[in-house]
Design a protein around this ligand. Structure first.
Ligand SMILES: *Cc1c(COP(=O)(O)O)cnc(C)c1O
Length: 394
């Protein structure tokens, strides 16, 4: 690798992290995918189609918004990158449109995907509908029961939802099942992974499909202020919105911060290992078994982290801090009441970081990626705050 967040070589390594740890039977598929992506990503026709689709369909560019009342509260100049305004309500649309266009270019007619909370499943079903592809989404049985509205959305969009009954019947099992089923259908099927994780080329490819966040934000910030921001902050589940954001600023002096949930901090509390085709940090027990992450935000419940974040952490280019569920609930309310924006619980981790680190960022400029909107979380938030039963707030 030549520069930070540049193109990895064929081994797909970010320092010691990443790689391509897949069974022999999947090797041809990931090699074919890497070749197709390398070729497409330097083809102006493909880039043009991707950009045009993001503009006409997904609502890009999203705004970079100076949050004045929030800024006054935290004592810093806070600019929000509004991925919550993208179609389907989060940054996930950027990645699925890229992968669906690539799948079609490769002659595939079918997408499969894993999903935990259902957000990536809904995004994949959306992109499949847009391009006339079939979609099948693997989802742990436990998550199917927990996220019935998203299951309905996927079905309404024409996707098949396959409940996964192995293991703990949650996200990590859905990933395993999706990989297994891919082997049996390589000819016509593309596996659409939802974050910067999995075997090479996924961590790189998904970061590239998400770098539109950082590239836009950088242009927008420079236009407004004339020089780069002091800080750039984003929440980290698998790490795709953060990776896409960081990619736009990694060659500036901006300090990069990834915010993990305290109950799912793969960098903060994980150990090195090889899971889901990649070397990275994972929450594991004393026997090396992968533990489940537990966070109020289902979208941050992945027990690992993308390998490039493991690398950026190890070399010290980005810093990773943790935020608790209680801090997240405070932050959702703070943003709602200062700016009239109800953000996703995932995104609220980044807002909570501003509150927690007020002294450090005093007077500085901060770009915060607001990865998604909070409609999907209204019930969770209401239950935790007790707003539903007339407690004086309602
Ligand atoms: C899925 C999701 C995340 C977490 O995914 P990353 O790959 O870490 O970006 C964050 N925010 C929202 C709104 C999501 O839907």
């Amino acid at each position: 690798m030549t520069s930070l967040m540049g193109d990895p070589d064929v081994t797909g390594r970010f320092g010691e992290f990443g790689g391509r740890f897949v069974p022999e039977s999947l090797m041809p598929a990931v090699i074919e995918l890497e070749a197709a992506f390398r070729e497409a990503w330097i083809d102006p026709a493909f880039r043009g189609e991707y950009t045009a689709t993001l503009e006409s369909y997904a609502g890009r560019p999203t705004r970079l918004y100076l949050a004045e009342r929030l800024s006054a509260q935290v004592g810093a100049e806070v600019w929000l990158k509004r991925e919550d305004l993208a179609h389907t309500g989060s940054h996930k649309i950027n990645n699925v449109i890229g992968q669906a266009l690539l799948a079609r270019r490769m002659g595939k007619t079918r997408l499969i995907a894993e999903t935990g909370a259902g957000q990536h499943g809904v995004a994949t079903a959306t992109a499949a509908a847009l391009l006339g592809l079939e979609a099948k989404v693997y989802m742990g049985e436990v998550d199917v029961a927990r996220q019935s509205l998203n299951v309905f959305r996927m079905r309404l969009l024409g996707a098949e939802v396959e409940p996964v009954t192995s293991g703990s019947r949650t996200l990590k099992d859905a990933v395993n099942e999706a990989m297994r089923s891919w082997v049996a259908a390589l000819d016509d099927t593309h596996y659409c992974i939802g974050s910067v994780m999995g075997p090479h080329p996924y961590p790189w490819m998904v970061r590239e499909f998400q770098r539109v966040i950082g590239d836009e934000a950088r242009t927008q910030f420079l236009k407004a202020k004339g020089s780069p921001p002091d800080w750039v902050v984003a929440c980290v589940g698998g790490g795709s919105n953060a990776a896409g954001t960081f990619a736009g600023f990694v060659d500036t002096p901006a300090r990069l911060v990834g915010v993990e949930p305290a109950g799912g901090a793969a960098i903060g509390r994980g150990v090195g290992g090889i899971v889901h085709g990649m070397q990275s940090f994972f929450l594991q027990d004393e026997f090396g078994q992968v533990n489940e992450a537990t966070s109020i935000s289902a979208g941050l419940d992945y027990p690992g982290v993308g390998p490039e974040h493991a690398f950026l952490h190890t070399v010290g280019r980005a810093r990773y801090d943790q935020i608790t569920d209680d801090q997240v609930l405070e932050a959702v309310q703070l943003l709602a009441r200062t700016e009239g924006i109800i953000c996703a619980l995932e995104s609220a981790h980044a807002i909570a970081w501003l509150v927690e680190h007020q002294e450090e960022i005093a007077g500085a400029s901060v770009v915060v990626t607001l990865s998604g909107r909070g409609d999907k979380d209204a019930e969770t938030i209401a239950a935790r705050l007790g707003f539903l039963e007339g407690d004086g707030h309602a």
